[in-house]
Design a protein around this ligand. Structure first.
Ligand SMILES: [Zn+2]
Length: 117
């Protein structure tokens, strides 16, 4: 648990370290989780639980028979650190981490676009 902002090792346009600090051990900036693996952009569809959010991501799958892409969606449970505190409707950058709980192994790195922007 340190109050200094760590270097998460990811450079992405629009991604900045959070201005607030937090005491969350599962925060990628102030805690001790390391981010590695896949990186997604998604939209927060639910942020009601304490420091947890549900993020929906959209992806394309090529269908050979019709020679077209099909749009698919999936929802992922992610950790929402208190210093970021993403709200419903925000577009967020999420990254894979070690399993943080039974159903969570992704964490929000930052808000790329706030709702309504
Ligand atoms: Zn934090």
């Amino acid at each position: 648990m340190s109050q200094t902002t760590r270097n998460v090792g990811i450079v992405y346009p629009g991604l900045k370290p959070p201005e607030k600090a937090c005491n969350d051990r599962k925060c990628p900036w102030h805690g001790n989780v390391s981010v590695r693996g896949s990186l997604f952009i998604g939209k927060v569809v639910k942020a009601k639980l304490h420091s947890t959010a549900v993020v929906e991501k959209e992806y394309l799958v090529w269908i050979r028979k019709f020679k077209r892409y099909e749009r698919r969606r999936s929802k992922i449970h992610v950790h929402n650190p208190p210093c970021i505190n993403a709200k419903e409707g925000d577009t967020v950058l999420i990254s894979e981490t070690r399993p943080l709980s039974k159903s969570i192994s992704f964490v929000i790195l930052g808000i790329l676009q706030q709702k309504g922007d």
